[in-house]
Design a protein around this ligand. Structure first.
Ligand SMILES: Nc1nc2c(ncn2[C@@H]2O[C@H](COP(=O)(O)OP(=O)(O)OP(=O)(O)O)[C@@H](O)[C@H]2O)c(=O)[nH]1
Ligand SMILES: [Mg+2]
Length: 462
């Protein structure tokens, strides 16, 4: 998309999702927004001298150029710069009929506006200084949030928490830069000479703050993208049955034949606001079958990449827990589902060996559903521990983490240089580079390409 829209262009889009709904919103932004709206809108009662008094909803009709009524609407004008985009903005709140919305969109375009590209309203908000880049990205993240936790994080970034933290770090680097400049310009000034130890200490503080932000970002990934929970275990243990029980519908094929699942199946599962990606895998066993072997390779890779592995064990089979090597299942990343609790337990009870290994083990029955709710609750609790806690931990996204990592790498090199006694002016250059990296997070410095890439991922009308 064109991120540098020539001034003078007024854009329009349907801001609500496609399809029928109670209300559909047409949004106009740009210098002509009010004039175009005036051409199309007829208020039901003309109580005010202005057609669209600012920030007041007015009932009326939208007409096309020939004067035929397209819909009865509520219209609101939001003059710039106090609007989302920072420009004059008008919204028509129409009946949510795709046909009506399409005809109003056509009428607005005929009256002089241009259809908006993806994210163009937010891009204008950024270019007009209403939002910085991290906040603009948070708008898209909020819209796309898969669950409440992801929405909470996006909202905290939208409020500017991350931007403020990054700006504070940049300020501290700027102060260090000033101290260096002073030392370079007035080397003979003994009293205000360059305090190398003090410099290194302050640099260390900034670096550990960046590391903390990076760690919070990694935890934020779980909330944003959904933690990956992998159901693993021996063939016939009941992994697919448990997948269906957790989802509350028959998604995976279940049979009494060992080796039923050959490919993996991934489905989103909402655990009380926390969205996870639940993955059913091919059961673990030695096999000569090439397809099954390939499935097993997937299983192992999925287990390695999982945020949490649910090891499904058939509690009614004597050899169940002893059937495979449990050394790969670290207690902090594993929850054992001792399945088939509706059948008489095997002797000796597999629970004993599993608990002795320090593995949290829950008895349940995927067939009757007994204990499945407790598993869901524990999954949520265990995964919540891997996520950012409280408002004080803003979670940078992938792009922002890359910028932070580059800044950290620069500062690491700089710190080594300072320790090695390199001259101050060289240190100054490194500080400038790190500052520039931090500036790309909030977008003070950012290339057209990066902007275009970010906003192209938005929806139209946002
Ligand atoms: N009695 C009882 N049977 C169960 C339970 N869970 C699963 N089963 C049965 O165990 C058999 C295997 O179940 P699946 O869910 O297909 O097992 P799986 O682990 O996905 O097996 P593979 O895909 O072959 O690795 C089926 O006959 C299920 O009906 C349970 O809680 N109780
Ligand atoms: Mg299966």
């Amino acid at each position: 998309m064109n991120t540098r829209t020539p001034p003078g262009q007024t854009i329009v889009a349907i801001a609500t999702p496609p399809g029928a709904g109670a209300v559909g919103i047409i949004r106009l932004s740009g210098p002509e927004a009010l004039a175009i709206a005036a051409r199309l809108f007829r208020p039901s009662r003309s109580t005010s001298s202005t057609l669209l008094p600012p920030w007041r909803l007015r009932l009326g009709h939208v007409l096309d150029a020939s004067g035929s009524v397209l819909d009865e609407v509520l219209a609101v004008a939001m003059p710039g710069p106090r609007s989302f985009s920072g420009e004059d903005t008008v919204e028509f709140h129409c009946h949510g009929s795709p046909a009506v919305l399409a005809s109003i969109l056509d009428a607005v375009v005929a009256a002089g506006a241009r259809p908006a590209g993806p994210g163009e309203f937010t891009c204008r908000a950024f270019l007009n200084g209403r939002l910085d880049l991290a906040q603009a990205e948070a708008v898209a993240e909020l819209v796309a949030a898969p669950g409440r936790e992801a929405a909470r994080l996006a909202l905290s970034n939208l409020s500017g928490l991350l931007s403020a933290r990054v700006a504070a770090l940049r300020d501290r680097l700027t102060e260090l830069r000033a101290a260096i400049c002073l030392a370079v310009d007035f080397p003979e000034d003994e009293t205000d000479g360059f305090d190398r130890d003090g410099f290194l200490n302050r640099l260390d503080e900034v670096m550990s703050e960046i590391r903390a932000l990076l760690a919070a970002g990694e935890r934020g990934r779980v909330a944003r993208e959904g933690a990956r929970v992998v159901l693993a275990g021996a063939v016939n243990a009941g992994k697919s049955s448990l997948m269906n029980a957790l989802l509350g519908r028959e998604r995976a094929i279940v049979t009494s034949q060992p080796g039923t699942t050959r490919d993996f199946i991934e489905e989103p599962l909402d655990l009380g606001g926390l969205t996870v990606r639940l993955v059913d895998t091919a059961g673990l066993r030695e096999t000569g079958d090439a397809v099954e072997r390939e499935g097993l390779r997937f299983s192992r890779e999925l287990m390695a990449a999982a945020d949490l592995v649910v090891l499904v064990v058939d509690g009614s089979r004597p050899s169940a827990a002893g059937g495979h090597d449990l050394s790969g299942f670290a207690p902090e990343r594993t929850l054992v589902a001792l399945n088939k609790a509706d059948l008489p337990p095997a002797a000796p009870d597999p629970m004993v060996r599993l608990s002795a290994l320090g593995l949290e083990t829950l008895r349940l029955s995927a067939r009757t559903g007994q204990g499945v709710d407790i598993l869901a609750k524990r999954l949520r609790e265990r995964l919540a521990g891997t996520m950012p806690q409280g408002e004080a931990a803003p979670a940078p996204n992938l792009r922002q983490r890359q910028a932070l990592s580059l800044a950290l790498a620069e500062l690491t090199a700089l710190s080594a240089d300072a320790r090695a006694g390199r001259p101050e002016d060289i240190l100054g250059v490194g500080l400038e580079t790190a500052c520039a990296q931090l500036s790309t997070v909030t977008g003070e410095i950012v290339s057209e390409d990066v902007l275009a890439d970010i906003f192209s991922r938005f929806c139209i009308g946002k």
